[in-house]
Design a protein around this ligand. Structure first.
Ligand code: PMP
Ligand code: GLN
Length: 385
């Protein structure tokens, strides 16, 4: 059997969700909202199942959705995308990542990864034959350090895999960081796979800059998005890829042999959803931000040190400050789920080497009552601990 998968542990999300069920914990580990998602978008999907086409849709995605993706990025980022040659629908961002990495990496190519990194990245890069080279980001600001870029980029570097906004840190790279990276990418003639699934989950009026909008990178970026995050429908697994025609053509070849298509009814509903007016997107940010603020304030009141979170469903607690100093994130997360009955995710799970072991991630994309119950349990745990 292939050792990359034979030796890989079960994902931390699955493991923590299993422990959450076992201990009847409030699950703030795996990232999913407890809001059911917009009713009109779900209704469109239901209608499309009953009255629409339920056979294979076109391999690249239904034209309505590809056009809607192009319109959406024009509206939000003034991106001009040719929907017929630069936009493809995939079965979630995960399939888009797998397809892009399979299509772009030649065995022996070096691939630059930024850790902490989403758990799927490393096995996919390795299975495609890529040699990972890591840039390590550190709390509290998770910035890109030029010295590390200089150390990892060389003439074998072919692909860079970046996640912005970044899960698990809840941070957004500054324009300065993106410009710095762009310089190295152009100098070394690389392609960047940019996972932007969290592009709409932003707070405090922070702006997201799609890497594809940097003029020097217009023909060097594979932009990946996901309707799962945009509409709080994480189980839908409708993703999209935008890239210059010569890149997309090759990524499409991988897609045609991995999943080939994505359920047409969900595609129709996402096509409708991406055209929703600005109010929907603003409202969704406002609601997540209110949940973030409530949970952050509650944690701080308990004496925990909360790191800044300006995007995603997540905020992080820094264990180096306060009464849990010295405890690892793994040990803390396990105690929390077993004794406080609150599930979280240890951020060291997102590092392959030189791990930061003092940060624990919580998902705040929950109803206030869920967050309040978690805080109540943490309070009781801390009184006992
Ligand atoms: N990339 C990142 C950074 C994510 O956080 C997630 C899901 N949480 C994904 C990819 C996967 O997205 P999808 O469910 O659309 O496959
Ligand atoms: N992306 C989600 C998170 O970061 C989980 C996805 C998964 O369970 N694979 O929590």
């Amino acid at each position: 059997m292939n050792p990359i998968f034979a030796q890989t542990a079960t994902s931390v999300f699955e493991t923590m969700s299993r422990l959450a069920r076992q201990f009847d914990a409030v699950n703030l580990g795996q990232g999913f909202p407890d809001d059911p998602g917009p009713q009109d978008v779900r209704q469109k999907a239901a209608d499309a199942v009953m009255t629409g086409w339920n056979q294979y849709p076109p391999m690249m995605g239904i034209p309505e959705l590809r056009q809607s993706i192009a319109r959406h990025y024009k509206r939000f980022h003034q991106l001009d995308l040719d929907w017929e040659n630069e936009v493809m629908v995939t079965s979630g961002a995960t399939e888009a990542l797998a397809g892009a990495l399979l299509a772009l990496i030649e065995p022996g190519d070096e691939v630059v990864l930024f850790q902490p990194m989403y758990d799927a990245y490393l096995p996919l890069v390795k299975r495609a034959g890529g040699i990972p080279r890591f840039v390590t980001l550190r709390p509290p600001h998770w910035r890109i350090d030029e010295e590390q870029l200089r150390a990892v980029f060389n003439k074998k570097t072919r692909v860079v895999l970046l996640n912005n906004p970044l899960n698990p840190t809840g941070s957004v790279f500054l324009r300065e960081d993106l410009d710095l990276l762009a310089r190295y990418v152009v100098e070394h003639d690389c392609i960047v796979v940019c996972d932007e699934v969290w592009e709409h989950v932003l707070f405090d009026d922070i702006e997201h800059t799609p890497l594809l909008t940097l003029p020097s990178l217009r023909n060097r970026v594979v932009k990946i998005g996901s309707a799962g995050k945009i509409f709080s429908l994480t189980g839908w697994k409708v993703g999209f890829v935008c890239a210059a025609p010569e890149i997309l053509r090759v990524v499409a070849k991988a897609h045609q042999y991995v999943t080939f298509t994505t359920p047409p009814n969900l595609q129709a509903a996402v096509a409708y959803g991406l055209d929703k007016d600005d109010g929907y997107f603003v409202g969704s940010r406002r609601d997540f931000q209110a949940a973030r603020d409530r949970f952050a304030a509650g944690l701080e009141k308990l004496g925990l040190s909360v790191l800044p979170s300006s995007a995603t469903y997540f905020l992080n607690v820094d264990l180096t400050k306060g009464r849990f100093a010295g405890m690892t994130d793994n040990a803390f997360s396990i105690r929390l789920v077993e004794e406080a009955r609150v599930a979280s995710i240890p951020v060291s799970a997102f590092y392959a080497e030189e791990s930061v072991t003092s940060v624990v991630r919580f998902c705040f994309a929950k109803k206030f009552e869920t967050l309040d119950e978690a805080l109540k349990r943490l309070d009781a745990f801390m009184a006992r601990a």
